[in-house]
Design a protein around this ligand. Sequence first.
Ligand SMILES: [Zn+2]
Length: 197
Amino acid sequence: MQFKAFEQDIEVNGTTVNAIVDGLGRYKSLAKKYLLGVGIGIEENGELKIEKEGWYSHDSWLKSFEEIAKEIGDATLQIIGMKIPENAIFPSGVKDIDSAIKSIDIAYHLNHRKNGKVLFDINTGKMEEGIGHYGYEKIENRNMIISECMNPYPCAFDFGIIMAMARKFEIKANIAHDDSKPCRKNGADSCTYIITW
Ligand SMILES: [Zn+2]
């Protein structure tokens, strides 16, 4: 279900948290309200301060998404998702739409940690469990990728991440939410997106 962490003791890094600040753009007072409201960041001279090198509660971050969803809506969650590729740490070697969509799951684990340990080790390529995944399934002989996203982030936010990553390399890529599959907005654990170009 969206907004509910799969496990406790998970944290997200400050650069990723900054996507909310970026996504809300000139509405700085809203970023301040939604992040300070859940105990993320501090107020300094009237400004919200997020430590880019810091780590913040995943649970709290999800709560701020829940508030944004309730009070502003899905369009804003999608815009915040679209800011993720500019803010979060992504692996190197992303060179086309396939590697871009594939990299989302690695980036996801690179930007979260459990009990103080980052969930992806860039040196060994080892990934730890605890936060779910962003799927990548290439449809043979077609310009089509299916991405099943089984994680606690909201549906519209993931739509935005996938759109931004796909369009980095295929400007006209189309992203569709597969309505025949479960959706986190209805209490399911995953949503499925179809990427075509
Ligand atoms: Zn959905």
